[in-house]
Write a protein that binds this ligand. Sequence first.
Ligand SMILES: Nc1ncnc2c1ncn2[C@@H]1O[C@H](COP(=O)(O)OP(=O)(O)O)[C@@H](O)[C@H]1O
Ligand SMILES: [Mg+2]
Length: 344
Amino acid sequence: MSDVKEKEKSENILEVHGLKMHFPRANNELFSREKKFIYAVDDITFELKRGETLGLVGESGCGKSTAVRAVAQLYKPTAGEVLLEGKDITKMNSREMLLARKDMQMVFQDPYSSLDPRMTTAEIIAEPMKIYRKRGILKMTDAEMDARIDHLMELVGLSKFFKHRYPHEFSGGQRQRIGIARALALKPKLILADEPVSALDVSIQAQILNLFKDIQKKMGLSYLFIAHDLAVIKYISDRIAVMYLGKIVEIADKKSLYDNPLHPYTQALLSAAPIPDPEIEAKRQRIILTGDVPAPDRQRPGCYFYDRCPCHMDKCKNCQPPLTQIDKNGGDHRVACFKVIDNQ
Ligand SMILES: Nc1ncnc2c1ncn2[C@@H]1O[C@H](COP(=O)(O)OP(=O)(O)O)[C@@H](O)[C@H]1O
Ligand SMILES: [Mg+2]
């Protein structure tokens, strides 16, 4: 491997290149045999540095969950590469994938449906370890596993005296702690979290977000963290990628994105979020988007935001803006909007 490749490998835990996830859909048109698709994720590229949190934000239906599921190989992507520590996991056989999956675990949105109600907390947390022990990948005695369960429960803020209780005996926040303990059982390097606090009460959300931050520090974890709530994203992320209709329209470090959002969609998202200070709230201008998010049922020749964009130009209708590095802000800030790209 060349020096450049080696360097990239040590910097980025995850690289996603040209990832596409197109779902086939029924063609209801008479006399047409053309294949139809839902273009849920349509050519996204991003990287996640070691130890960092990349927030993925966008309205419901813009493809966030599909993107992480395709990254995790829970779906087989239509196209693209997913490099985990420099190795393309889309091309791995099942044994290689089993090893890679140990390093990359998921936490799901709904702590009610993602935990098996018939298993105790200890059994839920032990399950991944048992699977990997059975396959000969993890060497561990029963006593060691028991000690690890106690340790994991303590790590996520649950008393080990609750280990024989069932999920329904816990609150939503506590259940999400169990889900996090399960995800940590195999000592992963990367956690893919799909709206892990969206189903929780606001008062509980902060506790779980702080838990994510604590364990990141303790274990040196990297996070790909999905949320539709901009306050959550701002709190947890180092860098942020904004998605619209299956594409990333802007990606930047947090400060650059919040201080100087460049894409009209990002500007609209940020302007719609409430600001706690009533004086600033009263003075500021909101950008109201007209129309709804279109269905991702066709590919467009031009910018995907064209129909709803308050400042589109003629060019935007038939020409697709590439995600382009914008230097004037300093740092890493990429945007896919001709209004910005052409003026730099
Ligand atoms: N398994 C699937 N089959 C067909 N369409 C899907 C499937 N999963 C998601 N979609 C569609 O893909 C789009 C993106 O969905 P999703 O990734 O769940 O968005 P988000 O997580 O941002 O709300 C939506 O239009 C959704 O209806
Ligand atoms: Mg989702």
